[in-house]
Design a protein around this ligand. Structure first.
Ligand code: GLA
Length: 731
């Protein structure tokens, strides 16, 4: 609930309070964000810093009303020009060339309906509710430019969202050099610990911990997507921060393009966090009466380390980001053709594979790359979205019908944002690719990116996909995006608007996916970007699941999925059992373990069932049953990390616990066996201390208290890469 009293604004979730006020000069001053406080009016007043004259040689922003030096002031929205030498949330260039802004409070309104960012994905609430959103209106003292700060609250998951909107109410153009989505200024003793994520193709979501003192730390992407190099999610807090200890803040951005997150600690100990569209890749000029809106950012607070941040963010994504028909539903177990046949797609092979898969209980056949145009390898044909009937004799409808007859759904792969130079589409429309006239565009995976910012191109790309979807009973789409943007140029944008292209591109992708959701409301959409290079809440607003990584090796997946699950709920993570030796790393792991690891996601297969060893194939029906037995728990339960193989190098353990704590499932994987070391004690998490539990397959009962504090002894299996499930139910 959001309330206001005498210029003091209080945003409260179930367990947190966020407080700021308007100071006498009209600067929006941040006072507190942390554990929920029961505040009296006097209590709030006592939080307002006392201004002394000890600012040394700092610049004073308003001599008349206060002696505030903004350089040492916690603000809600900083700008350049009046003495705050930290990074600004907003930076504008006015018609006279000046860059100094002076935004002061003008008015506010509190709304029942959650405010949505213009034309962008926004967290939503199923119902209206008193005090859902707060809009603060600030105005620049000279130019009349308006800055609106929009706050919304999601009480039950302890999340607060923010975005910002700038409107030019003056008579001259205003150029935006940066408009970040959120800012958090907090007092520190000069040091903070940061958890961020870096990575590459097949190595997504590698956690990086950094201790920052009096300097600036940046996470950023510049290739047009949120990227596998730097997820927009970040946590920072006290230096002792760990999985279960410490006060910290977690942030994410509902945006799928270039982003930047910075944490800067100044000489006075003020830590400033900013997140939003990467300012170096956005330049927008607002003509009079035009406005620009930033993407929405989400933040949460934990007084119990990373674990609580994950729980809050999972609930937020599950309830307020993921939409549509599949939001709460168990997803069909799929088999994907990619690692089974790569580009060598033939209808006979497809049907043979589908038949065997159906027999084993698999529910959805996904035809990956290689089914269209002249697509015999990855050198060609992107953009030529017509069925290759040499490969698929009888056509797509025939194939889909045949698969349906087996009792399976049918799904298909597209890469709608791309164009191969060797394609009919490119030969007819070379101008459809993003490029700079007179410069040879750079290739990546032998392809260019379509200039979806042009309506004609966007409509063409959308219609290609939609036509195929209308032509047969296709119930699932994998929407892939296999390269970053480069050589930024568009035929239709005038030179002075070229700085908008990256952002317009993201809006175009959103528009296409929204159209698709509207036209095919029951379609199950899985986003993918060469694996997890666009795994962000913006994409999850359109697709309930995203393919985590092209690396399907069970052991690599332990790390990738652990990193991903630090941020995103398991229900959003595409995970499959694949063949061995694994196609990416060559590792051989037991089929059983591959199943356990894929269970922590949407679950499916990516192999040729007709070719794998009989002993593996025989295990599929049991794995299918395992998925059906546990998926409600995995999808909706609370997720706990217990031991990380990436840290201890020997074993991994995590669990999901139902909301009512009556059921729990823990996955244990011994990665490397250790000689002369007979058993391990696993300290389970998330149970109810006072409840008693039975462990499936074992005699006896255990109290939650014992399992969490004294732990459970797990015997070392003989061999590497061995896994087991530990299933608990309340007795
Ligand atoms: C990307 C995807 C893979 C597969 C291939 C097809 O790499 O991540 O899963 O679909 O493209 O070309």
């Amino acid at each position: 609930m959001i309330t206001e009293n005498n210029g003091r604004f209080l945003i409260e979730t179930d367990h947190t309070s966020y407080l700021f006020y308007v100071d006498p000069a009209g600067f929006l001053t941040h006072l507190y964000y942390g554990e929920k406080l029961f505040l009296t009016e006097d209590g709030i007043d006592a939080m307002i810093p006392v201004i002394s004259n000890q600012n040394g040689c700092s610049i004073i922003a308003d001599q008349k009303e206060s002696t505030v030096s903004l350089d040492d002031w916690c603000q809600e929205a900083s700008s350049r020009g009046r003495g705050d030498l930290g990074q600004p949330m907003i930076e504008l260039v006015y018609a006279d060339g000046s860059r100094s802004s002076d935004f002061r409070f003008e008015s506010f309104r509190i709304e029942r309906i959650k405010e949505q960012p213009d034309g962008l994905p926004g967290a939503y609430k199923e119902e209206e509710q008193e005090g859902s959103s707060l809009v603060i209106v600030l105005r620049d003292q000279k130019s009349r430019t308006v800055l609106e700060l929009v706050y919304s609250v999601f009480e039950e998951c302890d999340c607060i969202t923010r975005f910002a909107r700038v409107r030019n109410e003056g008579e001259e153009p205003v150029r935006i050099l940066r408009l970040m989505s959120t800012q958090l200024d907090v007092r520190t003793d000069g040091q903070q610990k940061i958890l961020s994520f870096s990575g590459e193709w097949a190595r997504e979501m590698e956690p990086v911990e950094t201790i920052l003192s009096a300097s600036r730390f940046t996470v950023e992407s510049g290739g047009g997507t949120s990227s596998n190099k730097a997820n927009p999610f970040i946590i920072f807090g006290e230096t002792e921060l760990s999985e279960t200890y410490g006060q910290c803040y977690g942030f994410n951005l509902l945006y799928s393009g270039n982003h930047q997150e910075t944490l800067e600690i100044g000489g006075h100990g003020r830590a400033r966090f900013l997140s939003g569209i990467h300012p170096e890749f956005l330049e927008i000029t607002l003509q009079p009466l035009e406005s620009f809106c930033s993407p929405e950012a989400v933040q949460t607070f934990s007084d119990g380390g990373y674990q609580q941040i994950s729980l809050h963010m999972h609930a937020f994504v599950r309830e307020h980001i993921v939409r549509g028909y599949w939001k709460k539903k168990e997803r069909p177990i799929l088999i994907n053709s990619w690692e089974a046949m790569y580009f060598d797609v033939r209808e006979k092979k497809v049907l043979k594979l589908a038949k065997e898969a159906a027999k084993a209980g698999i529910e959805l056949f996904v035809l990956d790359d290689g089914w269209f145009g002249n697509r015999y390898d990855d050198n060609r044909a992107l953009g030529d979205w017509f069925v290759n009937e040499e490969k698929l004799k009888g056509g797509l409808k025939y194939l889909v019908d045949e698969v349906n007859k087996l009792g399976m759904k049918f799904g298909i792969w597209f890469e709608p944002e791309m164009i191969s130079p060797d394609s009919d589409l490119y030969r007819a429309h070379p101008d459809y690719a993003i490029a700079i006239p007179g410069r040879e565009p750079s290739l990546c995976r032998n392809q260019y990116v379509l200039d979806l910012t042009r309506k004609e191109v966007r409509d063409y790309a959308y219609e290609c996909v939609a036509k195929i979807l209308r032509s047969a009973n296709i119930e699932y789409v994998k929407w892939d995006m296999n390269r970053q943007l480069s050589d930024i140029g568009s035929l239709e944008l005038p030179a002075d608007q070229m700085g908008e292209l990256y952002h317009r591109y993201v809006l175009a992708v959103y528009e296409m996916q929204e159209r698709m959701m509207t036209e095919f409301p029951h379609l199950l959409l899985e986003n993918c970007s060469g694996g997890g290079a666009r795994f962000d809440p913006g994409m999850l607003y359109y697709s309930p699941q995203i393919w985590c990584s092209d690396d399907t090796d069970a052991i690599e997946r332990l790390k990738i999925q652990e990193g991903t699950a630090l941020i995103y709920p398991l229900s959003t993570m595409g995970a499959h059992v694949s063949d061995c030796p694994n196609h990416t790393v060559g590792r051989v792991t037991p089929f059983e373990t591959r199943g356990y690891v894929a269970l922590a996601g949407t679950f499916g297969y990516e192999l040729d069932v007709t070719k794998i060893p009989e002993s593996d194939r025989e295990q599929i029906p049991a794995q299918v049953a395992m998925y059906h037995k546990y998926n409600d728990l995995v999808r909706e339960g609370d997720y706990y990390r217990i031991a990380s193989y990436a840290e201890n190098h020997y074993f991994d353990c995590y669990g999901v616990v139902s909301k009512n704590k009556k059921e729990a499932l823990y996955t244990y994987v011994q990665v490397l066996n250790r000689p002369n070391y007979h058993s391990r004690r696993i300290y389970l998490k998330g149970l109810a201390a006072e409840k008693y539990y039975a462990i499936e397959g074992e005699d006896g009962t255990w109290s939650g208290e014992q399992l969490m504090n004294a732990g459970l002894l797990v015997q070392n299996p003989f061999g590497d890469f061995k896994g087991k499930l530990i299933h608990l139910t309340e007795v």
